[in-house]
Design a protein around this ligand. Structure first.
Ligand code: FAD
Length: 403
C-alpha cells in the first residue's frame, strides 16, 4: 500500500435512529453493506438502516486473508462464485474507488493420488461453467513458483490445480466502498448499535431491540457471520451452524518473490505475499467451537511448521501480527441464504471461512430477494431447507484450507 492510500472513508455524521425503517440490515460487514448498496442503487429502496454493533467492517471482513476465487467443486458453487469474481473485477469502477483488485492466480497442491483425481474433477467442472482452471505438473509448478519446495518430507507434490482467476483485493476498501456509496444514496449506517432481541408478531419480526432503543422494521436481513447462530437462537430458527475461531498471521515485509496464492489442504496451509511485501499465512479453523477471537501459540507452531516445509527459506522470517475471526461453519461448507421460517426475516449466514470472495454476489442476490420477495436462482441451492431435504451442496473438498 502506498502511504497516501486512504485509511478511512468519509461517511455522514452519525444520526439518531429513526423509529422505523423499511429494511433493517444487522451487521455492517461487507455482506450487509453490499446488500444495502444494491438495494439503494438498483431497487430504489433507501429507507434502510445498517446496524453494526462494533465498527464498520471490523468483523471477518477486516480479518480475512482476501482470497478471491471460483474453483469450487459443485456446479452450484462454481456458478455462484464465478459471478462474484466477475463482479469483483468491476468493483473499483462501480465505486470510483480503488479496491486494489489483484489477479495473480491460485495454485493448489496435490500430494496424493486421491487429490489428483479430485482436482481433475474440479478443473473440468470449472471449465464447464466458465472458470479458468487447469491441472499442471511439477515442472509447470516449478516455473510458476521457483522457491516452492516440491518435496516436503512425507508429502511430495504430485501435481497442481492452477486457477488463473485467483485474486486478492483490499478487504477494508470493499467495505468502505459499499458503505460510502450506500450512504450517498440515503442508507443510514449506525455503528456501535447492537441488535439484542426481536419483537415477533404473527410470524413476522416487527421490530429489533438495540442498545439504543427499539426500531420497527418492514423486514430484516441478518448478515452477522460468526454471530449467526446467536441471533437465530433468539428467533428459535434451527440451523446446523457452529462457530469456530479461524486464525491468520503475517510476517515482516520482503521484496516481491511470490506472485500466485499457494495452498495445500494436506499441509493445512496457504501462503501469499501482499502488495506491501508481507507474507500472509492461513490454515483451517481451530478444532473446537468457540465464540472468541484470540490467537494461540499452538496454531502458530503447527501452521508455521507446514509453511516452512513449503518455503524452507522463510524459517528466519519474523512474524508481525497474528489474529483471529469467528467463522460460522456449516456441515457442507456452503452458505445458508434466503428465506427463514419467519416471513420477513432473511438469512445471509454460514459464511464460515470462505465468504469474502462472495461479498458482491451476496449483496446483489440478497438485495434482489428483499426487493422482489423472490429467491434468485443463483442462491436457491443454498436455502436452509436443504438440510431437511438432504440436498446439501458439498464444498468441503474445495474449501478447507483454501478458503
Ligand atoms: P462480517 O464482516 O463478520 O460482518 C458481520 C458484522 O456483524 C460484524 O461487523 C459484527 O460486529 C456485526 N454483528 C454481529 N452481531 C451483531 C448484532 N447482534 N448486532 C449488530 N451487529 C452485529 N473468505 C474468503 O473468501 N477468502 C479468504 O481468504 C478468507 N480468509 C479468512 C481468514 C480469516 C482469518 C477469517 C476469520 C475469515 C476468512 N474468510 C475468508 C471468511 C470471510 O472473512 C467471511 O466469510 C466474510 O468476511 C463474512 O462477511 P460478513 O459481512 O458476512 O461478516
Amino acid at each position: 500500500l502506498s502511504s497516501d492510500y486512504p485509511v478511512e472513508v468519509d461517511l455522514p455524521a452519525p444520526k439518531e435512529l429513526k423509529p422505523a425503517y423499511d429494511v433493517v440490515i444487522i451487521g455492517g460487514g461487507g455482506h450487509g453493506l453490499a446488500t444495502a448498496y444494491y438495494l439503494a442503487k438498483y431497487h430504489g429502496v433507501s429507507n434502510v438502516a445498517v446496524l453494526e454493533k462494533s465498527y464498520l467492517g471490523g468483523g471477518n471482513t477486516a480479518r480475512n486473508t482476501a482470497v478471491i476465487r471460483s474453483n469450487y467443486l459443485t456446479s452450484e458453487g462454481v456458478r455462484f462464485y464465478a459471478e462474484s469474481v466477475r463482479m469483483f473485477k468491476e468493483l473499483s469502477n462501480e465505486f470510483d474507488f480503488n479496491i486494489m483488485y489483484s489477479e495473480r492466480g491460485q495454485l493448489t497442491l496435490a500430494h496424493t493420488d486421491a487429490t489428483v483425481r479430485a482436482f481433475r474433477q474440479r478443473a473440468e467442472v470449472n471449465k464447464h461453467f466458465g472458470g479458468r482452471t487447469e491441472m499442471i505438473d511439477r515442472q509447470q509448478i516449478r516455473e510458476l513458483v521457483p522457491c516452492l519446495n516440491l518435496d516436503p518430507g512425507h508429502l511430495p507434490v504430485l501435481a497442481g490445480l492452477w486457477h488463473i482467476d485467483g485474486a486478492t483485493a483490499r478487504h477494508d476498501a470493499v467495505a468502505w466502498g459499499y458503505a460510502k456509496q450506500a450512504a450517498k444514496r440515503g442508507v443510514e449506517i449506525h455503528q456501535l448499535t447492537e441488535v439484542q432481541d426481536f419483537i415477533v408478531e404473527h410470524g413476522k419480526v416487527t421490530a429489533v431491540q438495540t442498545n439504543r432503543g427499539t426500531v420497527r422494521c418492514g423486514c430484516v436481513v441478518q448478515a452477522v457471520a460468526g454471530a449467526s447462530s446467536l441471533l437465530m437462537n433468539k428467533l428459535n430458527i434451527k440451523a446446523p451452524i457452529h462457530t469456530y475461531p479461524l486464525q491468520a498471521m503475517v510476517t515482516q515485509p520482503f521484496k516481491p518473490f511470490l506472485d500466485p496464492l499457494v495452498s495445500s489442504s494436506a499441509l493445512h496451509c496457504y501462503v501469499q505475499q501482499t502488495s506491501r511485501g508481507e507474507i500472509v499465512f492461513g490454515g483451517g479453523s481451530d478444532p473446537y467451537p468457540l465464540y472468541n477471537t484470540r490467537s494461540t501459540l499452538d496454531l502458530k507452531e503447527s501452521l508455521l511448521a507446514h509453511a516452512i516445509e513449503m518455503f524452507p527459506f522463510m524459517a528466519g522470517a519474523k512474524l508481525m501480527r497474528q489474529w483471529a475471526g469467528s467463522t460460522d461453519m456449516t456441515p457442507d461448507y456452503s452458505p445458508i441464504m434466503g428465506h427463514s421460517p419467519l416471513d420477513n426475516y432473511y438469512l445471509d449466514a454460514g459464511w464460515g471461512t470462505w465468504g469474502f470472495k462472495a461479498t458482491p454476489i451476496c449483496g446483489w442476490t440478497m438485495a434482489e430477494l428483499v426487493a422482489t420477495g423472490k429467491t434468485p436462482a443463483l442462491i436457491k441451492p443454498f436455502a436452509l431447507e436443504r438440510f431437511s431435504t438432504f440436498r446439501q451442496v458439498n464444498e468441503m473438498g474445495a474449501t478447507a484450507a483454501s478458503h
